[in-house]
Design a protein around this ligand. Structure first.
Ligand code: 13P
Length: 252
């Protein structure tokens, strides 16, 4: 049985100025300084990356990007590349978040290119998948999630996927206060692991860390994280506050 280190990442989305970033991360750094059994990451907006890198230097908190372009450099107005992120101290990138799929038209093909570029550059890709409320009610959860996984990963068969992280984020649970029950989440996580096993082999599947995301809070984190196939959390709203994120880390 492979030991999977839990990974908790805070996705700040489009929140926090540079000075707010400094204040929150200084407090978070102090609150989790003794933790070494959990991998911790923060994905601030791009404008705060430099300040975050400074505050987190030498700490046990990694820096993540919320998005990334697949190219190294080029005429892509408004985009940021993997080498630029590495230069800024970033080690992880959230890719294919449902908000990017929904509001910015990201397709599985585009996300596949980003995952590939992240792996080639040594950035840990956090690939997000998840169904809408309508899809869940129509019993399409499994086909939607496995479709997103094969869309983003099938090109990578045989490549070194050792660092890949998948985040299962049911869209109906994001920012709504509605959390999947631990049983609902575990059921989909197990399906994800089995599907990755079929697609990429048992070794990749056993090592794969699968985060749950969607209204994770200090009071529901422990129960979710206790599930066999839940290896961490991707936290939105509750990560904006250092105390609540630290409580989630300690729950893990
Ligand atoms: P909330 O935790 O605010 O529901 O957001 C989840 C999310 O989208 C993390 O990426």
């Amino acid at each position: 049985m492979v030991e999977r280190k839990p990974i908790i990442v805070g996705n700040w989305k489009m929140y926090k100025t540079i000075s707010e970033t400094r204040t929150t991360l200084s407090a978070l750094r102090a609150a989790v300084q003794d933790v070494d059994s959990v991998e911790i990451g923060i994905a601030p907006p791009f404008t705060s990356l430099a300040a975050a890198a400074e505050v987190l230097s030498g700490s046990n908190i990694s820096l993540a990007a919320q998005n990334m372009h697949y190219g190294d450099a080029g005429a892509f107005t408004g985009e940021v590349s993997a080498p630029m992120l590495l230069d800024a101290g970033v080690t992880h990138a959230i890719l294919g978040h449902s908000e990017r799929r929904e509001y910015f038209g990201e397709t599985d093909d585009l996300i596949a290119s980003k995952v590939k570029a992240a792996l080639e550059n040594g950035i840990v890709p956090i690939l997000c998948v998840g169904e809408t409320q309508v899809q869940r009610e129509a019993d399409e959860t499994v086909s939607v999630v496995t479709g997103q996984l094969s869309g983003a990963l099938s090109e990578l068969r045989g490549a070194d996927l050792g660092t890949l992280v998948v985040a299962y984020e049911p869209i109906w649970a994001i920012g709504t206060g509605l959390t999947a029950t631990p049983e609902q989440a575990q059921q989909v996580h197990e399906i994800i692991r089995d599907f990755i096993g079929d697609l990429l082999g048992g070794v990749v599947a056993e090592r794969l860390r699968i985060q749950y995301g969607g209204s994770v809070k200090p009071d529901n984190a422990a129960e979710l994280l206790a599930q066999l196939d839940i290896d961490g959390a991707l936290v939105g709203g509750a990560s904006l506050d250092s105390e609540s994120l630290s409580a989630i880390v300690h729950a893990a």
